[in-house]
Design a binder for this molecule. Structure first.
Ligand code: BTN
Length: 243
Protein backbone atom coordinates (compact mmCIF):
# COMPACT_ATOMS: atom_id res chain seq x y z
CA UNK A 1 0.00 0.00 0.00
CA UNK A 2 1.22 3.45 -0.82
CA UNK A 3 0.94 5.84 2.15
CA UNK A 4 1.19 9.61 1.68
CA UNK A 5 1.76 11.48 4.94
CA UNK A 6 0.93 15.17 5.14
CA UNK A 7 1.45 17.66 7.97
CA UNK A 8 -1.62 19.73 7.12
CA UNK A 9 -4.21 19.74 4.36
CA UNK A 10 -7.75 21.02 3.89
CA UNK A 11 -9.25 17.52 3.68
CA UNK A 12 -7.63 14.15 2.97
CA UNK A 13 -10.74 13.16 0.96
CA UNK A 14 -10.34 16.18 -1.31
CA UNK A 15 -6.60 15.62 -1.67
CA UNK A 16 -7.03 11.96 -2.60
CA UNK A 17 -9.83 12.77 -5.06
CA UNK A 18 -7.58 15.27 -6.87
CA UNK A 19 -4.70 12.78 -6.80
CA UNK A 20 -6.93 10.15 -8.37
CA UNK A 21 -8.04 12.43 -11.19
CA UNK A 22 -4.55 13.78 -11.88
CA UNK A 23 -2.39 10.66 -11.55
CA UNK A 24 -2.55 6.89 -11.80
CA UNK A 25 -3.06 6.48 -8.04
CA UNK A 26 -2.96 2.81 -7.06
CA UNK A 27 -5.71 0.83 -5.40
CA UNK A 28 -5.50 1.27 -1.59
CA UNK A 29 -3.48 4.49 -1.77
CA UNK A 30 -3.74 6.13 1.67
CA UNK A 31 -3.48 9.82 2.49
CA UNK A 32 -3.07 10.61 6.17
CA UNK A 33 -2.77 14.08 7.68
CA UNK A 34 -1.69 15.32 11.10
CA UNK A 35 -4.13 18.16 10.74
CA UNK A 36 -7.07 18.98 8.47
CA UNK A 37 -8.08 22.62 8.14
CA UNK A 38 -11.45 21.81 6.50
CA UNK A 39 -12.22 18.25 7.52
CA UNK A 40 -15.51 17.13 6.00
CA UNK A 41 -18.23 15.14 7.73
CA UNK A 42 -21.44 13.50 6.60
CA UNK A 43 -24.26 15.60 5.15
CA UNK A 44 -22.18 18.74 4.68
CA UNK A 45 -20.98 18.95 8.28
CA UNK A 46 -17.39 19.68 9.27
CA UNK A 47 -15.10 17.22 11.03
CA UNK A 48 -13.06 18.92 13.71
CA UNK A 49 -10.09 17.04 15.12
CA UNK A 50 -7.14 18.28 17.21
CA UNK A 51 -3.91 18.21 15.15
CA UNK A 52 -1.49 15.34 15.79
CA UNK A 53 -3.78 13.51 18.21
CA UNK A 54 -6.16 11.56 16.02
CA UNK A 55 -6.25 9.48 12.86
CA UNK A 56 -7.63 11.39 9.88
CA UNK A 57 -7.05 9.54 6.65
CA UNK A 58 -8.59 8.55 3.33
CA UNK A 59 -8.12 5.39 1.36
CA UNK A 60 -8.74 4.86 -2.33
CA UNK A 61 -10.59 1.70 -3.35
CA UNK A 62 -11.00 0.96 -7.03
CA UNK A 63 -13.64 -1.40 -8.41
CA UNK A 64 -14.04 -3.32 -11.67
CA UNK A 65 -17.69 -4.18 -11.60
CA UNK A 66 -19.57 -2.77 -8.63
CA UNK A 67 -23.13 -1.54 -9.24
CA UNK A 68 -24.20 1.85 -7.83
CA UNK A 69 -27.25 0.02 -6.43
CA UNK A 70 -24.88 -1.96 -4.18
CA UNK A 71 -23.25 1.12 -2.72
CA UNK A 72 -24.50 0.55 0.81
CA UNK A 73 -22.40 -2.62 0.89
CA UNK A 74 -19.36 -0.34 1.01
CA UNK A 75 -20.65 1.18 4.23
CA UNK A 76 -21.04 -2.33 5.60
CA UNK A 77 -17.48 -3.34 4.61
CA UNK A 78 -15.91 -0.23 6.12
CA UNK A 79 -17.96 -0.35 9.31
CA UNK A 80 -16.97 -3.98 9.80
CA UNK A 81 -13.28 -3.26 9.08
CA UNK A 82 -13.21 -0.47 11.68
CA UNK A 83 -15.19 -2.62 14.10
CA UNK A 84 -12.66 -5.47 13.75
CA UNK A 85 -9.72 -3.10 14.17
CA UNK A 86 -11.11 -1.62 17.39
CA UNK A 87 -12.06 -5.06 18.61
CA UNK A 88 -8.42 -6.16 18.15
CA UNK A 89 -7.50 -3.24 20.43
CA UNK A 90 -10.06 -4.47 22.97
CA UNK A 91 -12.12 -1.27 22.89
CA UNK A 92 -15.22 -2.18 24.92
CA UNK A 93 -18.89 -2.25 23.94
CA UNK A 94 -18.45 -1.45 20.23
CA UNK A 95 -21.53 -0.68 18.16
CA UNK A 96 -22.22 0.54 14.63
CA UNK A 97 -24.66 3.42 14.47
CA UNK A 98 -26.39 3.45 11.11
CA UNK A 99 -25.10 4.12 8.58
CA UNK A 100 -21.47 3.94 9.69
CA UNK A 101 -20.58 5.73 12.92
CA UNK A 102 -18.63 3.60 15.33
CA UNK A 103 -19.57 3.93 18.99
CA UNK A 104 -18.18 2.65 22.25
CA UNK A 105 -21.15 2.48 24.60
CA UNK A 106 -23.24 5.32 23.28
CA UNK A 107 -20.33 7.62 22.41
CA UNK A 108 -19.06 8.18 18.88
CA UNK A 109 -15.37 7.45 18.44
CA UNK A 110 -15.14 7.17 14.65
CA UNK A 111 -16.87 8.70 11.63
CA UNK A 112 -16.75 7.73 7.97
CA UNK A 113 -17.34 9.75 4.81
CA UNK A 114 -17.48 7.67 1.62
CA UNK A 115 -17.44 9.56 -1.68
CA UNK A 116 -18.03 7.50 -4.81
CA UNK A 117 -16.78 8.21 -8.30
CA UNK A 118 -19.35 6.86 -10.73
CA UNK A 119 -19.22 5.79 -14.32
CA UNK A 120 -22.73 5.02 -15.63
CA UNK A 121 -24.35 2.48 -13.32
CA UNK A 122 -21.01 1.40 -11.85
CA UNK A 123 -18.88 2.66 -8.99
CA UNK A 124 -15.45 3.17 -10.48
CA UNK A 125 -13.76 4.06 -7.20
CA UNK A 126 -14.48 5.20 -3.66
CA UNK A 127 -12.65 7.69 -1.52
CA UNK A 128 -13.16 6.38 1.98
CA UNK A 129 -12.45 9.01 4.63
CA UNK A 130 -12.07 7.90 8.24
CA UNK A 131 -11.78 10.06 11.33
CA UNK A 132 -10.91 8.12 14.49
CA UNK A 133 -10.67 9.93 17.83
CA UNK A 134 -7.52 8.53 19.38
CA UNK A 135 -5.45 10.56 21.87
CA UNK A 136 -7.64 13.67 22.12
CA UNK A 137 -9.15 13.97 25.58
CA UNK A 138 -11.22 17.12 25.44
CA UNK A 139 -14.08 17.71 23.03
CA UNK A 140 -15.44 21.10 24.14
CA UNK A 141 -18.38 19.46 25.87
CA UNK A 142 -19.66 17.91 22.62
CA UNK A 143 -22.28 15.36 23.70
CA UNK A 144 -21.81 11.64 23.05
CA UNK A 145 -18.25 11.88 21.74
CA UNK A 146 -15.25 10.00 23.06
CA UNK A 147 -11.78 8.78 22.10
CA UNK A 148 -9.73 5.63 22.56
CA UNK A 149 -7.59 7.33 25.23
CA UNK A 150 -10.62 8.55 27.19
CA UNK A 151 -11.98 5.01 27.16
CA UNK A 152 -8.84 2.98 27.96
CA UNK A 153 -6.37 5.52 29.40
CA UNK A 154 -3.79 4.33 26.85
CA UNK A 155 -1.75 6.71 24.64
CA UNK A 156 -1.81 5.12 21.15
CA UNK A 157 0.75 5.13 18.32
CA UNK A 158 -1.10 6.56 15.30
CA UNK A 159 1.09 4.73 12.74
CA UNK A 160 0.35 1.40 14.41
CA UNK A 161 -3.37 2.12 14.38
CA UNK A 162 -3.26 3.07 10.71
CA UNK A 163 -1.56 -0.26 9.90
CA UNK A 164 -4.25 -2.20 11.76
CA UNK A 165 -7.04 -0.29 10.00
CA UNK A 166 -5.47 -0.70 6.54
CA UNK A 167 -4.97 -4.44 7.11
CA UNK A 168 -8.61 -4.93 8.12
CA UNK A 169 -9.98 -2.78 5.29
CA UNK A 170 -8.21 -4.86 2.64
CA UNK A 171 -9.11 -8.13 4.43
CA UNK A 172 -12.80 -7.21 4.57
CA UNK A 173 -12.86 -6.20 0.88
CA UNK A 174 -11.19 -9.53 -0.01
CA UNK A 175 -13.85 -11.33 2.03
CA UNK A 176 -16.60 -9.29 0.35
CA UNK A 177 -15.38 -10.01 -3.18
CA UNK A 178 -14.96 -13.70 -2.31
CA UNK A 179 -18.78 -13.84 -2.12
CA UNK A 180 -19.47 -13.08 1.54
CA UNK A 181 -21.80 -10.10 1.09
CA UNK A 182 -24.62 -11.69 3.08
CA UNK A 183 -22.32 -12.80 5.85
CA UNK A 184 -20.94 -9.26 6.26
CA UNK A 185 -24.45 -7.82 6.35
CA UNK A 186 -25.41 -10.29 9.09
CA UNK A 187 -22.38 -9.21 11.14
CA UNK A 188 -23.21 -5.52 10.56
CA UNK A 189 -26.78 -6.07 11.81
CA UNK A 190 -25.51 -8.01 14.85
CA UNK A 191 -23.57 -4.94 15.95
CA UNK A 192 -26.12 -2.28 14.95
CA UNK A 193 -26.74 0.28 17.71
CA UNK A 194 -30.25 0.05 19.23
CA UNK A 195 -31.42 -2.70 16.91
CA UNK A 196 -34.62 -4.32 18.26
CA UNK A 197 -34.86 -1.74 21.08
CA UNK A 198 -37.51 0.94 21.45
CA UNK A 199 -35.82 4.23 20.51
CA UNK A 200 -36.76 7.85 20.07
CA UNK A 201 -36.33 9.49 16.66
CA UNK A 202 -36.81 12.94 15.22
CA UNK A 203 -38.25 13.10 11.71
CA UNK A 204 -37.59 15.87 9.18
CA UNK A 205 -40.67 17.80 10.31
CA UNK A 206 -39.05 17.88 13.77
CA UNK A 207 -41.60 15.52 15.29
CA UNK A 208 -40.42 13.00 17.86
CA UNK A 209 -41.65 9.45 17.60
CA UNK A 210 -40.86 6.06 19.05
CA UNK A 211 -39.89 3.12 16.93
CA UNK A 212 -37.72 0.03 16.80
CA UNK A 213 -34.87 -0.44 14.31
CA UNK A 214 -35.48 -3.79 12.64
CA UNK A 215 -33.20 -3.86 9.61
CA UNK A 216 -31.32 -1.93 6.95
CA UNK A 217 -32.62 -2.33 3.37
CA UNK A 218 -30.35 -3.25 0.46
CA UNK A 219 -30.49 0.41 -0.55
CA UNK A 220 -29.15 1.33 2.89
CA UNK A 221 -32.37 2.74 4.33
CA UNK A 222 -33.18 2.18 7.97
CA UNK A 223 -36.25 0.00 8.48
CA UNK A 224 -38.13 1.16 11.57
CA UNK A 225 -41.14 -0.55 13.13
CA UNK A 226 -43.57 2.05 14.39
CA UNK A 227 -46.97 1.92 16.06
CA UNK A 228 -49.37 -0.88 15.03
CA UNK A 229 -46.53 -2.89 13.47
CA UNK A 230 -46.20 -0.44 10.60
CA UNK A 231 -42.76 -0.57 8.99
CA UNK A 232 -41.24 2.53 7.42
CA UNK A 233 -37.98 3.09 5.56
CA UNK A 234 -35.90 6.20 6.14
CA UNK A 235 -32.82 7.59 4.51
CA UNK A 236 -30.17 9.61 6.31
CA UNK A 237 -31.77 12.98 5.63
CA UNK A 238 -35.15 11.84 6.91
CA UNK A 239 -34.51 10.99 10.53
CA UNK A 240 -32.26 11.38 13.50
CA UNK A 241 -31.89 8.83 16.25
CA UNK A 242 -31.95 10.59 19.62
CA UNK A 243 -29.80 9.05 22.32
C1 BTN B 1 -18.85 11.96 9.95
O1 BTN B 1 -19.05 11.21 10.89
O2 BTN B 1 -19.50 13.00 9.80
C2 BTN B 1 -17.78 11.60 8.94
C3 BTN B 1 -16.45 12.14 9.32
C4 BTN B 1 -15.33 11.76 8.38
C5 BTN B 1 -14.05 12.47 8.71
C6 BTN B 1 -12.88 11.99 7.90
S1 BTN B 1 -11.35 12.58 8.53
C7 BTN B 1 -10.50 12.04 7.11
C8 BTN B 1 -11.42 12.27 5.93
N1 BTN B 1 -11.22 13.59 5.36
C9 BTN B 1 -12.29 14.38 5.53
O3 BTN B 1 -12.36 15.58 5.17
N2 BTN B 1 -13.26 13.71 6.15
C10 BTN B 1 -12.88 12.34 6.42
Amino acid sequence: MQIIKLDAIDSTNLYLKKLMFNTQALDYTIVVADKQTSGRGQMGTTWVSEGGKNLTFSILKKFNNLEVSDQFELNICISMAIFRSLNELKIPDLKIKWPNDILSGSNKICGVLIENILSGSKIQASIIGIGLNVNQISFNNLPNVSSLKLITGIQYDLDELLKIMAKNISAVFDHYFAGNQQNLKTQYLEHLFRKDKASTFLNNSNTMFTGIIRNVTNEGKLLVEEEDEIFKEYDLKELKLLY
